[in-house]
Write a protein that binds this ligand. Structure first.
Ligand code: GLN
Length: 314
């Protein structure tokens, strides 16, 4: 099926359910352990959800279970930075090149500018966090939370335990931040910026919420159910292109090749992808691979894309 064709909800439901059932048997991977609280995740949890640009919702599995967004927040955070500061200013602080490195790589700064390579990796997202408007950390966090809530169309809570667990153990993210501070890429206070970054990583969503946020991107920035234009089409296209080239880190190339969709993963076991003009798809299963992507959900989205020929180049 090519780009111009639309899919019946019966077809989408049938194919997604088949894939859900087959991936349920997949026991590969383990929950992330470097954030101690994430290691406690229930390995059996698994859900998949799809939301169309018309606002229709399909969901399978543990659809009530909430999980922290972790890096799936990065595209949405970036989109708020664009909205707040505009693309020129944002990209004076953060680049647009993929790294071929892990999400938490220390060598994440460009050689001459010392900008982080892109906003989809930790260094770039920490730099992006520092661009969000607000005098206090609370004001900045609330601005991010409000933006995510508009995309999801509902209130989103903070997981205090995961937030505090990450804050207490984030030595690597601190190291990256000190380096950015040294190069003046990070102009704000390090601990304050990290505090906002950790909090927005620990916002809680269900797969339906995440698929709704993805559907807003699929719908050129208009939230499919509320009808509100949350982002401009330009902000969305910048966000999607960075998700396409950088969203899956050092497997972004393979993902582009095999799945062909802009996507983003998080170490909690969440992954989402966007089929522009059609739908957003998201999943959650805490068993991740060595690159930080959920095994079941990555496989599910890959399979779904193959069966329905969803690649943006198809
Ligand atoms: N909060 C996590 C971190 O900064 C997010 C990483 C991820 O989901 N890949 O390490």
């Amino acid at each position: 099926m090519g780009m111009g064709q639309s899919f019946s909800s019966t077809l989408l439901r049938q194919e997604l359910e088949k894939i859900f059932v087959s991936q349920q048997k997949n026991q590969q991977g383990h929950p992330a352990t470097y954030i101690p609280e994430l290691a406690k995740a229930n390995r059996d949890h698994f859900s998949l959800a799809l939301v169309t640009t018309q606002g229709e919702v399909l969901a399978f599995g543990d659809k009530e279970v909430r999980f922290t967004m972790q890096s799936t927040s990065k595209p949405f955070l970036y989109s708020l930075a664009l909205k707040t500061k505009g693309p020129e200013f944002v990209h004076s602080k953060v680049g647009v090149e993929p790294t071929g490195e892990a999400f938490n790589s220390i060598i994440e700064l460009e050689e001459k500018s010392h900008r982080p390579f892109n906003p989809m990796i930790n260094s770039g997202a920490i730099a992006t966090t520092s661009l969000i408007a607000g005098v206090t950390t609370d004001e900045k966090f609330l601005a991010i939370q409000k933006h995510f809530q508009e995309l999801a169309g509902k209130p989103l809570d903070l997981d205090e335990k995961v937030y505090l667990s990450e804050k207490a153990t984030a030595h690597r993210n601190r190291a990256i931040s000190y380096l950015m501070k040294y190069f003046n890429v990070l102009e704000e206070d390090i601990e304050e910026t990290l505090d906002v970054y950790f909090r927005q990583c620990s916002l809680l969503v269900t797969t339906v919420d995440l698929a709704m946020m993805a559907a807003t991107l699929a719908n050129k920035g208009r939230q499919p159910q509320a009808g509100k234009q949350v982002l401009s089409p330009e902000e969305v296209s910048r966000t999607l292109s960075l998700m396409f080239t950088c969203g899956m880190y050092d497997s972004a190339g393979e993902w582009a090749f095999n799945v062909g969709l802009p996507a983003k993963s998080g170490v909690s076991g969440a992954v989402f992808a966007v089929v522009p003009g059609k739908f957003g798809i998201a999943g959650f299963s805490p068993n991740i691979d060595e690159k930080g992507h959920s095994y079941r959900v990555s496989e599910a989205i890959k399979e779904f894309s193959k069966i329905l020929n969803l690649s943006i180049f198809s």
